[in-house]
Design a protein around this ligand. Structure first.
Ligand code: NAD
Length: 496
């Protein structure tokens, strides 16, 4: 493929290069081809983007003051434009990230629906109204939802377009002015999305895109006193540093962080169903999924049958150029592949049994790419790093339990709390166990389905706040109560 032209930032309604004129290549992880050069933003560029967003929110106010019907129409036009560009956007994520094309297409569909969902939600304003009597006589109280202000949106590389849209659609629906900083590893689809924003005529300064390293420009956004909110999706470690950086002006913070999610399988579960969903749980998107079911906990009596079938299915997974729609593409970068391989080595060193996979995949054209075979470990214990730490690749551990309580205890024996699943044909047990799992996103007899309507987010070190659904909109809103005295006149409070 011919390398694309320099990918620029979008600040205050213009396409600009970083102030120092530096760029870095973005690489196709399937074959190491350079896809494009990406301009590198600086602290000065962050200042410009924040100033533009601030001006747009507090001075020109075009987006903020737009009535919600018209604002919703903008979001619908964005969705329509994304739909027209579906193939291009999907191919960009496929080449830049490494996900199979059909998965990238599904991401674009989700992005379209997300914009349409929030367009609909904002067109139906809601709030509460109450008649109250609190000792001062009759009063009427009502609540209004207002935008937070300038929002910095910092996103990861695993769903380059979709993770950005999960933040852009609700924050824009709410009337905020935003600055997006996507992961340096995968920016192409986000640049394309901003071309769409420009095309539909988003007001100047309401949408800004900065590109470059998180440690400098991401951190600068989180620290900036003129940023009112930072919404972050990424690793727990960086999330912690975002929280510290945001403390200066007590910014609103939204954090969607890592996970090490349990997938609990009872002996009475439908075996084929449990195996297929467990495959989706861990091998979808090469395992680069925050909610991945990376810890399988299976009832002891089912273990041998379950592992044998899972191994058979994992070995049948096709690996290859993601544009040709294999089951799995490459991992996102060389560094990430090496990290995943080093976790696999640690599992072997710590005494787990490698059932399948465990190595890089270098057949044919894959020799130049960062492919790792689907990997299953058994004989794992809670102390092992592969059981405790988020690997973010196609690696799953299998442990066994004997009783329901043991399954619950093992499921919760993690510092994370993002997701979890239970497989059983006993409905009461399914509900009992799922209620005990300390995680924000849970499934019964399935793994990973996600809906725009349902809130998404974690317990414990997996984050703060919720995306998607009505909660996802409220994350980007302040809620104000307005109290009206229905009996103006003397109150009599100081009579005595
Ligand atoms: P990451 O934490 O390395 O980076 C995320 C973003 O933060 C990137 O844009 C990066 O440039 C930026 N960043 C890096 N250092 C920063 C700093 N000091 N200050 C501000 N910004 C900084 O994560 P990643 O490797 O891109 O993504 C993988 C992680 O994301 C995994 O842990 C995964 O579980 C998590 N994730 C969570 C969810 C969720 O919904 N909970 C969804 C997707 C991914």
């Amino acid at each position: 493929m011919k390398a694309m032209e320099l990918q620029k930032m979008y600040i205050d309604g213009s396409w600009v290069e970083g102030s120092e004129g530096k760029s870095r290549p973005t690489i196709n992880p399937a074959n190491q081809e350079v896809l494009a050069e990406v301009t590198q933003g600086t602290l000065e560029d962050v200042k410009k983007a924040v100033a533009a967003a601030k001006r747009s929110f507090y001075v020109t106010r075009e987006w903020r003051d737009m009535d919600s019907q018209t604002r919703g129409d903008f979001l619908l036009r964005i969705a329509d434009e994304i739909e027209k560009e579906k193939e291009t956007l999907a191919r960009l994520d496929c080449m830049d990230h490494g996900k199979p094309l059909r998965e990238a297409e599904a991401d674009v569909d989700d992005a379209i629906h997300n914009f349409r969902y929030y367009a609909g939600l904002i067109k139906a304003p809601y709030g509460g109204a109450y008649d109250v009597n609190e000792g001062f006589g009759k009063m009427h109280s009502y609540t209004v939802h207002e935008p937070v202000g300038v929002c910095a949106l910092i996103t990861p590389w695993n769903y380059p377009l979709l993770m950005a849209v999960w933040k852009l659609a609700p924050s824009l629906a709410a009337g905020n002015s935003v600055i997006l900083k996507p992961s340096s590893n995968c920016v192409l689809s986000c640049v394309k999305l901003f071309e769409i924003f420009e095309r539909v005529g988003m007001p100047k300064g309401s949408v800004n895109l900065v590109l470059g390293p998180g440690s400098s420009i991401g951190n600068a956004l989180a620290e900036d006193p003129d940023v009112d909110m930072v919404a972050f999706t990424g690793s727990t470690e960086v999330g912690q540093s975002i929280m510290r950086a945001a403390a200066g002006n007590v910014k609103k913070v939204g954090l969607e962080l890592g996970g090490k999610s349990p997938n609990v399988i009872f002996a009475d579960a439908d075996l084929e169903g449990a195996v297929e969903w467990s495959m989706i749980g861990i091998f979808l998107n090469q395992g680069e999924v925050c909610s991945a079911g990376s810890r399988i906990l299976v009832e002891e009596s089912l273990k041998d049958k379950f592992v044998a079938r899972l191994k058979e299915r994992a070995n049948a997974i096709t690996i290859g150029n993601p544009m040709e729609n294999p089951d799995m593409g490459p991992l996102v970068t060389k560094e990430h592949m090496e990290k995943v391989l080093s976790y696999i080595q640690s599992g072997i060193d710590e005494g787990a049994t490698l059932v399948c996979g465990g190595t890089r995949y270098t057949e044919g054209e894959c020799a130049k790419g960062y492919f790792v075979r689907p990997t299953i470990f058994t004989d794992c214990t809670d102390e092992m790093r592969i059981v405790n730490e988020e690997i973010f690749g196609p690696v799953v551990t299998v442990q066994t339990f004997k009783t329901e309580q043991e399954a619950i205890d093992m499921a919760n024996n993690t510092e994370y709390g993002l997701a979890g699943a239970v497989f059983t044909s006993d409905g009461s047990r399914a509900l009992r166990v799922i209620k005990e799992i300390r995680a924000g996103i849970t499934w019964i007899n399935c793994y990973n389905p996600t809906f725009n309507e349902a809130p998404w987010g974690g317990y414990k070190k997996s984050g703060i706040g919720r995306e998607l659904g009505i909660h996802g909109l409220e994350e980007y809103q302040e809620i104000k109560q307005i109290n009206i005295n229905l009996n103006p006149g003397i109150v009599g409070w100081y009579e005595h």
